[in-house]
Design a protein around this ligand. Structure first.
Ligand SMILES: NC(=O)c1ccc[n+]([C@@H]2O[C@H](COP(=O)([O-])OP(=O)(O)OC[C@H]3O[C@@H](n4cnc5c(N)ncnc54)[C@H](O)[C@@H]3O)[C@@H](O)[C@H]2O)c1
Length: 267
């Protein structure tokens, strides 16, 4: 994998990857709709919108591997999610097929499986259980990736990212946090792995309290360096009360947003 395109390169995760991957591959093509810092050696800047298939087809020319981050990164209206996360993600996979790109690494989210009970650890085989329109868009991306792997032979890795932050911010993130340097390592492993067909991996640091079983981390050789437990003393107790949807389910606060359901019916 020599020529790497990052969509959403101007965002929080994109900037961490830009810094961490610099000099490791002959080309990093950095795509975003927002202005980015000037290109250095080995970088190309591209101002483009993933909602246009033609623009994405042009963007992916001569690319070996796409790291697809662009989109709405949290819950939002359907009018925002549909073009950016659904249509945009389709355009990325379809452009990858048309341009014979070998590999797509898709920034999925733990919110694809948010309504699983927090009392149970979950692995990468659990059924989708999105906790938001945003989570549904990540389930869509994972399903699309599965189809492009099976039907067209693309290598696809879906990263169910937990909480990407400099430091964990609350008690839930003691389980879900991923540090910038671990994020860089995980994406590098996905770019550098000699071969895979389709895999799902949780994007999480080596947190003592992680509730995610992550066999593909071992397959990829991902060995996270950071552990949110180092921040536990100041964060324990920063949590919603027991019985609140935000504490009962893996997706935390996303499960509580707009909630008018019956917790006892969610097994
Ligand atoms: N940050 C986290 O904790 C976290 C957790 C789970 C998943 N993710 C996923 O990781 C990805 C990156 O997240 P982030 O935190 O860096 O978000 P971010 O908002 O900081 O970055 C997203 C970038 O995508 C760009 N973008 C949005 N729509 C676009 C479009 N139509 N065309 C081109 N560029 C567009 C934005 O300008 C922005 O720079 C997202 O897909 C998000 O859902 C993030």
């Amino acid at each position: 994998m020599k020529r790497i395109l990052i969509t959403g390169a101007g965002g929080g995760i994109g900037r961490a990857l830009r810094a961490g991957l610099h000099g490791r591959y002959p080309l990093l093509r950095l795509l975003d709709v927002t202005p980015q810092e000037a290109a250095r050696a080995g970088e190309e800047l591209l101002s483009a919108d993933i909602t246009g298939l033609g623009a994405m087809r042009a963007a992916l020319e001569d690319v070996d591997c796409v790291v697809h981050l662009a989109g709405v990164p949290r819950e939002n209206t359907w009018e925002a999610i549909l073009p950016n996360n659904i249509v945009g993600t389709y355009n990325v996979f379809e452009a990858a097929r048309l341009q014979r790109v070998k590999r797509v690494i898709f920034a999925s989210s733990n919110h694809a499986v948010g309504y699983h009970r927090a009392s149970r650890k979950i692995d990468t085989d659990v059924l989708p259980r999105p906790d938001s329109r945003y989570g549904v868009s990540k389930v869509f991306g994972e399903a699309l990736g599965r189809m492009y792997a099976d039907k067209y032979g693309l290598n696809v890795a879906c990263l169910r990212i937990g909480s990407f932050r400099e430091k964990p911010q609350d008690a839930r993130q003691l389980s879900t946090w991923i540090s910038p340097r671990d994020t860089v390592q995980l994406v590098r492993r996905c770019i550098d792995a000699p071969a895979y067909h389709y895999l799902i991996v949780y994007g999480v640091s080596a947190n003592t309290r992680s509730r995610w079983i992550n066999p593909n981390a071992d397959f990829l050789g991902y060995q996270p360096q950071d552990n949110a437990e180092d921040f536990a003393a100041v964060l324990v107790g920063k949590t919603a009360p027991a019985g609140d949807p935000a504490t009962e389910f893996h997706g935390g606060p996303f499960c509580a947003m707009e909630f008018t359901g019956d917790i006892s019916k969610i097994d």
